[in-house]
Structure formats: structure tokens, C-alpha cells
Design a protein around this ligand. Structure first.
Ligand code: TXA
Ligand code: MG
Length: 329
């Protein structure tokens, strides 16, 4: 029996009553509501402090239930769902007529995902309907990858947090749109561009069309602490400069720490992108809590396995406060 099985029933009762339930997925924790209940879905926006124009992902148990939400399932969408569901892939499709506007932000499309985490699957099976859920964080902040992160961030706003342990992937799902006969990559994630290409052929890039590109806001995925991405070769001089100025800093790197220094916190996330991605958000939360002056992140390789990590790091660095250490003038 799943550790949370007893609580799945309680979660279903709460969802049916229009309450919010946070649940684990293999990517990050979601903040869920009955996707057919506009009042319940509106509570998600209130809890997150998220603008109503930002559409939500509807979580479904699989392709059969996706048909209830999409007006059309193009071949490409079916092939992608066959290949990657349940899993870390979200597919944007033309919405069915009866999808509440509050779910889609008034758009003509709906985002659908069948998550793989056993607790999410058990919840979806027991609930029987679609669960609208964004990541269970306050708007613009880091997605939670552990139940404790959700409680810390959303506390009283959520009726129940199902604890499924730390998330296996740790970064939000890959998002593709299957619209107008094209497959467009909107957000990189654990399902890579070449995996998508192997299934459906050509993948278009999100261009300047009317689609709302996820996470485009500068503040998305950002820690509170100023963060800068530093080329590996420039890391040591940057560290030296920061320490010389008396600051407490933290470094996130793939490799091992230099000799210890009291004012330097080093977090080695490793050379495997899967390990790095799994640990990244929890590490950013930890460093935020420590209250260091800045976080320096050693840049990551430019190749495909690192694409989702590089994307999230760039967004975190774009939060406004430039974490780079410059010479005082
Ligand atoms: O891994 C994930 O995708 C997690 C878990 C909980 O499933 N969810 C997640 O949701 O990251 P959220 O709301 O934090 O990010 C979903 C992104 C948003 O940036 C939203 O704008 C975009 O998906 N989105 C939702 N519906 C869309 C649509 N119809 N067209 C384009 N983008 C859409
Ligand atoms: Mg989010």
C-alpha cells in the first residue's frame, strides 16, 4: 500500500468539496483543484497570488480522459502521449467547449498532462476527473520538490498536502503545443527535444506568435537571493572578490569544493543532469533560508541533457538583483 493511500480518500472528499489539495508529481508538487469547478480553481489563483490570465495544466489519468478536455487530438498529440504518458510531458491542445475559462486563462487551448508519480496516479484514479494544478508555490517563486516546501510556502491556503517524498525529476514538465499542424516546444524539461523529435519529427521553436510562453516572466523560478551564472573559469576570481569584500556567499557547482572558508557555502550538485535537476530547487530554497548575500552558479554545459536546467538557471538569474560581483567604483 502507498504510504498516502489512506489519505487519497480524504483528498477526493476535499476536491469534491471545492478545496485545494497539494500532491506530488515526479516533476514538482502541484496545487490541485477540481478542474470542472470554477470556484475551486479560482482558489488556486488566490492561494498562489497568480494573475488570472495565466492558464493551468489539467492533470488527467491518460489519453482516454484527455479526450474529455481537448476538442481535437491530432496524431502528433496521440503519439506523444503514447510515448511519454504517464510522465513529465504537458501537451497544449485546442480546448473542448466546456473547459472552464478560469482554467485556460480565457485562451482557446488547454494544457494536459498525465503524471507518473504513483500518488498522483492514485489520486487521479480515485477522483475520476481532471485536476487543475500549477506548481504549489507562490507566484514567481521556486517550485516545491518536497511536501515540507509546500507547507512552508502555502500553509493555511491548502486543505491537505499529500506527501510523496522528494520529486524524482525536480524540474517542471516539458511543455509542447500541438496546434495548427505543428509541434512547438514551449518549455524544456525532462523529455528532451530529440526525444520529441524521435516520435513526431520536426519540432518548432516558440516564436513570436500569440502563445503565452510559460515562465517568460522575469521573476519566474527565482530565489529571493541575488543569483548569477558564472563561467567555470571565472568562478574562483569571483569567489575571491566576494569573500574579500566580507560577504557570505554560496556557490552551486558541478564539482567539488575548494578549501573550506567560513563565509563560503558550497553545494555540489554533480555532473549528471538528472541528479543536478533533482537537487536544484531544494538547494535554492536552502540557500535562500541561509540568507547569503548572493548565489554564484557555475555555468552548466550547453548540450541537450542540460537544457531544462540551463533554462531555469537563466530565469532565476534574471530576477532583477544581479548577483555578479563587480569591482566597486
Ligand atoms: O511539471 C509541471 O508541469 C508542474 C506539475 C505540477 O504538473 N506544473 C507546473 O504548472 O509547472 P505551472 O502552472 O507552474 O506551469 C505551467 C505553465 C504555465 O507557465 C502556464 O502559463 C503554461 O504552463 N500553460 C498552461 N496552459 C497553457 C496553454 N493553454 N497554452 C500555453 N501555455 C500554457
Ligand atoms: Mg509554476
Amino acid at each position: 500500500m502507498l504510504p498516502e493511500a489512506a489519505r487519497i480518500e480524504e483528498a477526493v472528499v476535499l476536491l469534491n468539496a471545492g478545496e485545494l489539495v497539494a500532491f506530488p508529481t515526479e516533476t514538482v508538487y502541484g496545487l490541485g483543484a477540481d478542474a470542472r469547478n470554477p470556484v475551486a480553481v479560482a482558489r488556486i489563483f488566490a492561494a498562489k497570488g497568480r494573475p488570472a490570465s495565466h492558464p493551468l495544466i489539467v492533470h488527467v489519468s491518460g489519453l482516454a480522459s484527455a479526450r474529455e478536455w481537448a476538442a481535437d487530438l491530432p496524431d502528433a498529440a496521440r503519439q506523444l502521449a503514447d510515448a511519454f504518458w504517464p510522465g513529465p510531458l504537458t501537451i497544449v491542445l485546442p480546448k473542448a467547449a466546456d473547459v472552464p475559462a478560469v482554467v485556460t486563462g480565457g485562451q482557446a487551448t488547454v494544457a494536459l498532462r498525465a503524471p507518473a508519480h504513483p500518488v498522483a496516479r492514485a489520486l487521479l484514479a480515485a477522483f475520476g476527473g481532471g485536476i487543475a494544478a500549477p506548481s504549489a508555490n507562490r507566484y514567481g517563486r521556486i517550485s516545491p520538490t518536497r511536501a515540507a516546501d509546500v507547507r512552508e510556502e502555502l500553509g493555511d491556503h491548502v486543505a491537505l498536502v499529500l506527501d510523496g517524498g522528494p520529486c524524482e525529476v525536480g524540474l517542471e514538465s516539458t511543455i509542447v503545443a500541438c496546434l495548427d499542424g505543428r509541434v512547438t516546444l514551449l518549455r524544456p524539461g525532462a523529455v528532451s527535444r530529440s526525444q520529441l523529435r524521435d516520435v513526431v519529427g520536426q519540432i518548432a521553436d516558440a516564436g513570436v506568435d500569440s502563445l503565452r510562453v510559460p515562465g517568460r516572466d522575469r521573476s519566474h523560478y527565482a530565489p529571493r537571493t541575488a543569483l548569477a551564472i558564472i563561467e567555470a573559469g571565472a568562478l574562483q576570481p569571483q569567489i575571491a572578490r566576494a569573500l574579500a569584500s566580507g560577504e557570505r556567499i554560496a556557490v552551486i557547482a558541478r564539482g567539488a569544493a575548494p578549501p573550506a572558508s567560513e563565509r563560503l557555502t558550497w553545494r555540489q550538485l554533480g555532473r549528471q543532469p538528472a541528479d543536478y535537476g533533482r537537487a536544484l530547487y531544494a538547494t535554492l530554497r536552502e540557500l535562500d533560508r541561509m540568507g547569503v548575500a548572493r548565489i554564484l552558479v557555475e555555468d552548466v554545459p550547453g548540450d541537450e541533457p542540460w537544457a531544462a536546467i540551463a533554462d531555469r538557471l537563466q530565469r532565476a538569474a534574471a530576477q532583477g538583483g544581479d548577483g555578479a560581483v563587480t569591482d566597486a567604483t
